[in-house]
Each structure stands twice: as C-alpha cells, then as structure tokens.
Ligand binder design. Structure first.
Ligand code: C2E
Ligand code: MG
Ligand code: MG
Length: 279
C-alpha cells in the first residue's frame, strides 16, 4: 500500500541499464570478454570441420555471464559494434596463432549481430581485418541469425556478396525460427544453414519432428548449401542426423564450448587431425 511504496528508493529501469551499460563499457576496456570455442564435426567422417566462437563476459563480481544476458544490452546501447569488432579480432588472432604454431587450424565462425551487418562500414571492417595475412579469409566464417537477415534484405545481400568475395564464408544461424521468404533464401549469398536446436530436440517427439528436419536438410542440399545441426546432445540424434545425410553437427554430445587453450589442446592436436569415431 501507500507506505510500502515509499519504503523503497524508487529506481527507474533506465538507471539500472545505465549501471550495466557502464559496467559493459568497463568490461571492454578491462578486457573482461572472452571467447569460448565449440567444435563442429563432420557427421560421416567424424572429422573436426570448424569451431564456433561464443562470447562470455568474465564479470569480476559474478563470474562468467552468458551472452543472452548482455548481447541485447550491447545492441540497445550500440556497444555491440565495438564488442563485435573485438570478437572478430580475437577470433582472427587465435586462428593466426594456431596456424603459426603449426596446428591444423580450422575455420572459426563468429556470430555477427544484425546491427553490425546493417552498418555501412561493416564490409570495409571485414576487408581491413583480412589484411593481417593472405590466408585470413580461409579462417573465418560469419553466422547471422535467420530472423534478422530478412530485414533490409537487399542491403544484406549486397554486403554478404562482398564478404564472400573475400573468401569468408557465411552461415544462416538458428534456421527455422525466422520466417525466411523461400524466394529470398535461394538468392541469399550464403554457404551454410544451421538448423536451430529446437528442431533437433523435436526429432525425438515423433515422425513429424523427424520429417521437418529431413525437409530442412533436403532444402539446404537442393540450394547447394552445407547443413549443420545445432545442439546435438544424444547418440540417437546423431544417428538420425547421419541417416538423414546432415553434413555436420555441433552440440554437447561431442563437446561444449571451452576456452581457447583447452580447445587447442583437446581438438587441435599437432599430428592427427582425424578424431576417432568408434565407427
Ligand atoms: P548461437 O549462435 O545459436 O549459439 C549456439 C548456442 O547453443 C550457444 O549458447 C551454445 O553454447 C549452445 N549450445 C551448443 N550446443 C548445445 C547443446 O548441445 N545443448 C544446449 N542446450 N545448448 C547448446 P551461448 O554460448 O549461450 O550463446 C547464445 C547466443 O548468443 C548464440 O546463439 C548467439 O546468438 C549469441 N552470441 C554468442 N556469441 C556472440 C557474439 O560474439 N556476438 C553476437 N552478436 N552474438 C553472440
Ligand atoms: Mg551461432
Ligand atoms: Mg544457433
């Protein structure tokens, strides 16, 4: 009631976000962001095909913060441009270090916010970043969420075409969750579709779930795209995806995202590039 209302100091949500905005700004300055890497595996051969870079905030107060908690704030405050640039630079740096160490470095996929893609300077930034070495582009892939790629689709098509001309690959992330126009899908200059985890989970719930995944795989292949299943957690899912000729998988079954040093030791062993599959 009335008394309760006054017993607490009033605090507007904008004050809260101002606090967190400052902390995120500080985080960038103090280098509190880290990239974890998750392996992607070829389903038929068991070979490591790539890694996805996933950002975390190592908050000194609370520990590792998952991206779902701060990416929306970075986007709202436009800090995403700077943090996105940092993530891209960091992934390229790790890839170059692995190459120099003679490790069988694989392409690293970096998640890109639609705000970055929409920015008029983004293509130039990628071009600039690729100048570090002649093979830099062969170490990079960009992942863009399906639901947002269709906004401003013509501008995005132009940007993606320019990015791919550099030799950088492009993947549509969380495929199936947005509402891609099929006519645009066939025109999008991309290399890979990543099937959203929710569809992989639904495969276990019955024939219609499996049919949907099968249709997406066929669609991808008909468009000459590589197809990756996200969030594979069980042996059953793996077996089913292999049966449906899905190209690659990513998920806890094979490996969770881990810090660069661990990824390097666990998956980029100096000599054997082939991972045992017990096939
Ligand atoms: P995403 O790109 O779709 O990444 C896949 C998410 O699924 C990751 O969550 C990953 O840790 C999680 N995952 C992988 N395998 C499994 C599994 O088997 N089971 C389950 N339950 N989850 C699995 P994470 O790391 O929390 O990232 C969430 C989202 O945050 C990402 O989804 C991506 O959209 C965004 N994100 C991550 N890093 C960046 C970044 O550097 N920039 C931008 N703009 N967004 C990022
Ligand atoms: Mg992704
Ligand atoms: Mg995804």
């Amino acid at each position: 009631d009335h008394r309760d209302l006054h017993s607490f100091p009033t605090r507007r949500s904008s004050d809260l976000s101002f606090g967190i905005e400052n902390r995120l700004r500080q985080a960038l300055e103090n280098e509190e962001f880290v990239l974890h890497y998750q392996p992607k595996i070829n389903l038929a051969s068991g070979q490591l095909t790539g890694a996805e870079a996933l950002i975390r905030w190592n908050d000194p107060k609370t520990g590792l913060v998952p991206p779902a908690r701060f990416i929306p704030i970075l986007e709202e405050t436009r800090l995403i441009h700077e943090v996105g640039r940092w993530a891209l630079g960091k992934a390229i740096e790790d890839y170059q270090r692995w190459r120099r160490a003679g490790l069988p470095a694989v392409r690293i996929a970096v998640n890109v916010s639609p705000l970055q893609l929409r920015s008029r300077s983004f293509v130039a930034e990628i071009e600039e970043a690729m100048r570090v070495s002649a093979d830099a582009a062969s170490g990079l892939e960009l992942e863009i969420t399906e639901s947002l790629i269709m906004e401003d689709v013509n501008h995005n098509i132009d940007s993606l075409r320019a990015i791919r001309a550099l030799g950088v690959r492009v993947a549509i992330d969380d495929f199936g969750t947005g509402f891609s126009s099929l006519s645009y899908l066939s025109k999008l200059p991309v290399d890979t579709l990543k099937i959203d985890r929710s569809f992989i989970v639904d495969m276990a719930s019955g024939e219609s779930g499996r049919t949907l995944v099968s249709v997406i795989i066929h669609l991808a292949h008909a468009l000459k795209l590589n197809v990756v299943a996200e969030g594979v957690e069980t042996e059953e899912q793996r077996r089913e995806l292999r049966r449906l000729h899905c190209d690659e998988m990513q998920g806890y079954l094979y490996g969770k995202p881990v810090p660069a040093e661990i990824f390097e030791k666990r998956y980029l062993a100096p000599i054997p590039t082939k991972i045992a599959t017990h096939a």
